[in-house]
Design a protein. Structure first.
Length: 69
């Protein structure tokens, strides 16, 4: 019976060590990760504003006369 108990203790120790290693690795990864905070508005960076972010004028709104309804 003692070898069974010894293998059980080794198995539990391996599981605890693996979980501890995983937890410490995740904790270290999260604590050292700094996400780049986007300024407001989102496209206010060094790059120019992409053309699709500016709304295009509507087709029927060229003049307010009313002849092309």
């Amino acid at each position: 019976r003692p070898p069974f108990l010894l293998t059980r203790v080794k198995q539990l120790a391996a599981i605890i060590a693996a979980l501890t290693f995983l937890f410490v690795g995740l904790w270290f990864g999260v604590s050292t990760y700094y996400a780049p905070r986007p300024s407001y508005p989102y496209y206010d960076t060094q790059k120019p504003v992409p053309p699709w972010s500016e709304p295009t004028p509507l087709e029927g709104n060229r003049d307010r006369g009313g002849e092309n309804r």
